[in-house]
Design a protein around this ligand. Structure first.
Ligand code: FES
Ligand code: FES
Length: 181
């Protein structure tokens, strides 16, 4: 019917063509049609970051994106994060475990996807408000705690696990290279 369309997209490396209601957000399609419940619905208004996923490598609040607009896009959710070999946990996932960077875990998938996107932005030389535009694109990423906090400021944590989240991300910025899938 006129309210639904088939939308070919890649999700976590596999091709899918969900038939989506034109009013459905990416978050709802992932959770309700594709059984990918890692991305969480915290606010449904772009304010908490719990729904963060990667679209063509860039982090987005999936509650703000209409699925019908994503034809041909590559979506990565927390379920699709992997290490560089494509087999184990992403370095950020390991670091979150090692640093105990969660309590209830509700914000964690969004924190992880956002951190993957944030590190990619930093590697590409995108400035943060804290450091200014002086991060060389070819330099290993070394982010201060203050800069990590600023780059992840769109991801709220009701449990207040921020210190450990920042430490986990900092651990990964010390190791190199930073992998992204
Ligand atoms: Fe999307 Fe809160 S659920 S930003
Ligand atoms: Fe509970 Fe962040 S760990 S909201």
């Amino acid at each position: 019917d006129v309210f639904h369309s088939e939308v070919p997209m890649t999700v976590n490396g596999s091709g899918h063509s969900p038939v989506v209601d034109h009013r459905s957000t990416l978050l709802d399609v992932l959770r309700e049609q594709m059984d990918l419940t890692g991305a969480k619905k915290g606010c449904d208004h772009g304010q908490c970051g719990a729904c963060t996923v990667l679209v063509d490598g860039r982090r987005v609040n999936s509650c703000l994106v209409l699925a019908v607009s994503l034809e041909g896009c590559a979506i990565t959710t927390v379920e699709g994060l992997r290490d560089a070999d494509g087999e184990g946990l992403h370095p950020l996932q390991r670091a979150f475990i090692e640093r105990d960077a969660f309590q209830c875990g509700y914000c964690t998938p969004g924190q992880l996807c956002s951190a993957v996107g944030a590190l990619a932005e930093a590697e590409a030389g995108h400035p943060s408000h804290v450091t200014g535009p002086d991060t060389a694109a070819d330099a290993p990423v070394r982010l201060t705690k203050e800069e990590i906090r600023e780059r992840l400021s769109g991801n709220l944590c009701r449990c207040g696990a921020y210190p450990h989240i920042v430490e986990a991300v900092e651990d990964v910025t010390r190791a190199e290279p930073v992998g992204q899938d």
